[in-house]
Design a protein around this ligand. Structure first.
Ligand code: PDD
Length: 286
């Protein structure tokens, strides 16, 4: 069951008009929220980032946090799987094609849920390969915009090379992955690029830095050069759907000894423990 503009429907019965600005211009924003044991993980953080994205494209938030929570609870309850991921999508609505914002048009609001399998044990054990590419996206990568053509093209490079992710470099600096945030380990210190307009402020990224702080894992947030990326002891990616994965080959070269490293192992353990505690302590939404 999905939610579309005030109605709960089976996905097969959900349609939008062809003049929707999401379809015509990619004029909208989205969120992806993991759900564990039928409870949304870090919901308020995701809703705050949604607000940031909406502000970034000058679109009013159609719902209060309480209303979003209700809609989300309904979708979670009526979809399969203890673990799911929610996709929330808001566009500037349906109007005659014109680049200018339409006046008085209600936004299109869509929510769906997909089962979320845990990251495969084999990938956790072996790590995954990645490639690099130049980051040729726009200057507001902090907005979670539905216009994802550059990300789609960049991610496909990874698929074509039979790897998991494309790591992006802009002006000689690491930004993020085509659909993930990237950390490296250098001199036993976990390093993360700073959150600014060049990358999406990842919710998993925040969790990882919090865990590093709590568990006294040396860490720093600062710009990371291409040379540092290429000589890193460890590289890892984070996202709501992939959690944390070690990247053990970059452009065909081994990262460290080509095995998931000790910082990854620690962070992944802490992440799993944190997830379990969060989910136990949190009442189900109603
Ligand atoms: N993508 N950077 C980009 C470009 C992303 O698309 C994502 C996530 C992230 C990680 O953010 P978070 O930890 O909040 O998931 C970073 C989602 C999963 C997607 O588009 O499907």
């Amino acid at each position: 069951m999905i939610y579309l503009n005030g109605k709960f429907l089976p996905i097969e019965q959900a349609y939008i008009p062809v003049l929707d600005r999401g379809f015509i211009f990619g004029d909208g924003v989205y969120e992806v929220i993991p759900v564990y044991s039928r409870k949304p993980f870090r919901l308020s953080e995701h809703l705050i980032r949604l607000q940031h994205s909406l502000d970034g494209i000058r679109l009013d938030n159609p719902h209060s946090e309480a209303h979003w929570s209700q809609l989300i609870a309904h979708i979670i309850a009526h979809n399969e799987g203890e673990d799911q991921y929610l996709y929330l999508h808001i566009t500037r609505g349906v109007a005659k094609r014109d680049h200018a914002f339409p006046l008085g048009v209600p936004p299109t609001v869509f929510i769906m849920s997909t089962p979320l399998p845990p990251p495969p044990q084999a990938l956790l054990a072996s790590g995954v390969p990645a490639i690099t590419a130049q980051d040729n996206r726009w200057g507001r990568c902090d907005i979670k915009a539905i216009s994802l053509l550059p990300n789609v093209l960049l991610r496909q490079l990874a698929i074509d090379a039979r790897t998991m992710e494309t790591i992006l470099l802009r002006d000689g600096l690491l930004t993020e992955g085509a659909a993930s945030n990237i950390f490296i380990v250098k001199d036993e210190v976990l390093l993360a690029p700073p959150k600014d307009h060049r990358m999406l402020p990842g919710i998993t990224y925040d969790v990882v830095l919090e865990l590093a702080e709590t568990h006294a894992i040396p860490h720093a947030v600062r710009e990371i050069s291409e040379a540092e990326l290429r000589s890193a002891q460890e590289i890892m990616l984070t996202s709501s759907t992939k959690e944390i994965l070690a990247i053990t080959r970059l452009d065909g070269e081994p990262v460290g000894n080509a095995k998931p490293g000790p910082v990854f192992q620690q962070l992944n353990q802490h992440y799993q423990a944190y997830k379990a505690t969060m989910m136990r302590g949190q009442p189900a939404l109603s």
